[in-house]
Design a protein around this ligand. Structure first.
Ligand code: TRH
Length: 379
């Protein structure tokens, strides 16, 4: 069965991060022939350094990667399944090719992830094309059995556990990033986020703790914001800055698979957007989520919906304290007290992160649900 996945990079890395993960999994675990059409290969290359951003077509991880640009070739035949990620508009000649097939393809719009209640009601709904004999299905990722599920490779949890059991692999991760492995007694926090005026305040809280804290902050605008706390205008990847209990490590932006290792090896993960947010849940560590800000403040409802769902089974006071830090970090308010309060309750958050991860891992993953959904429609 042939699949085409179309990805328009709106900004940052989440759109391509999700599409690349899905495309690889559809090939590797389900045996489909997958073409991935991407309009921004430069962003893609940051996640996947083997990619040649100038090549119009190349094969990576078993997936045919094509540069998608205006003037889409009319001769490209439509696949059996067409995935339009995050409502990106398919090229007109391609839509015409879809309609020209004797049996129309299964057309999927892969939506953004949300924990809101309405998601399960809208998942898998169909909408006919206004002119052509085509039907588009809305596929909503989600946390429950009646949604589209979450991306998770078959061997992910086993790979995570093997990595954590192997001191050599953990050391190799840090050395490849340009650092020595952190001292045994150091507490490690990974900090991936959007530019945030509260970054300095978070550094202040980290520096004020009573045990050594290594903060691994990937290269990007947030790193430059945090540098100001050390009286620096800029920091280069590979540099280390220290103050009080805090050592800030300016991490290089690593390949997508290596980023999982950073999440696994850290004690707490600050994540953002969609893909790093999901990966942090598979890491089974306490997480602080900076949500992608949306027009009209719509993201607050999504943040609260996830907080409510995630905290089921967590003590109410612990849930409230965690929520305060999430809100403060997203509002760019002072986070000093909120971090201190969370830090004093970390064992409870760690236990909860493990049980949350187990609960999610007991469900079928997104690629398998999507494959089943499409196969059933093609029968
Ligand atoms: O980059 P993000 O903010 O992405 C997005 C986009 O902004 C998108 O438009 C928006 O709609 C969506 O979020 C919700 O955050 P995200 O989703 O976490 O994607 C980051 C990707 O980058 C993820 O696949 C992990 C990867 N990554 C690496 O590969 N190496 C790294 O060093 C780091 C820090 C991240």
């Amino acid at each position: 069965m042939r699949w085409d996945v179309f990805c328009a990079v709106v900004d940052n890395y989440g759109d391509i991060g999700v599409c690349w993960r899905l495309a690889r999994q559809l090939f590797a675990e389900h045996g489909f022939a997958v073409r991935l059409w991407v309009d921004d290969l430069a962003s893609f290359a940051r996640l996947c350094p083997q990619l040649d951003p100038l090549a119009p077509a190349q094969v990576l991880g078993g997936v045919e990667v094509h540069r998608w640009h205006s003037g889409f070739p009319a001769e490209v035949a439509a696949a059996d399944v067409v995935v339009e990620a995050f409502a990106c508009h398919l090229p007109e000649p391609y839509v015409a090719a879809m309609a020209a097939r004797p049996l129309p393809p299964v057309w999927i719009n892969l939506e953004y992830l949300s924990a809101e209640h309405w998601v399960e009601g809208c998942h898998a709904m169909a909408s006919p094309h206004p002119r052509l004999p085509l039907l588009k299905h809305f596929f909503f990722p989600g946390f429950g059995p009646n949604s589209g599920g979450l991306l998770r490779e078959r061997d992910l949890i086993a790979r995570r556990d093997a990595f954590l059991d192997d001191q050599e692999s953990r050391g190799a991760f840090w050395r490849a990033a340009g650092f020595a492995p952190p001292a045994r007694d150091a507490f490690v926090v990974s900090l991936f986020g959007y530019p945030n005026p509260a970054a300095g305040d978070l550094m202040r809280a980290f520096a004020a703790g009573d045990r050594p804290l290594v903060c691994a902050l990937p290269d990007g605008p947030l790193l430059r914001g945090a540098a100001a706390f050390f009286g620096r205008e800029d920091v280069q990847a590979g540099e280390e800055l220290a103050r009080g209990a805090l050592v800030l490590r300016a991490m290089p932006f690593v390949a997508q698979d290596r980023y999982d290792e950073l999440l696994w090896t850290s004690d707490v993960n600050f994540v953002r957007g969609e893909d790093s947010f999901v990966r942090a849940q598979w890491a089974a560590r306490p997480l602080i989520w900076q949500i992608y800000p949306q027009a009209g403040e719509a993201h607050w409802t999504k943040l609260e919906a996830f907080h409510a769902l995630y905290c089921e089974g967590l003590d109410a006071a612990d849930a409230a304290v965690l929520g305060e830090l999430w809100r403060a970090w997203n509002r760019a308010n002072s986070v000093f007290d909120a971090w201190m309060a969370v830090e004093s309750r970390l064992p409870a958050y760690q236990r909860h992160a493990e049980s949350w991860c187990r609960r999610l891992a007991g469900q079928t993953d997104l690629a398998s649900r999507l494959a089943d959904f499409c196969m059933n429609r093609l029968k």
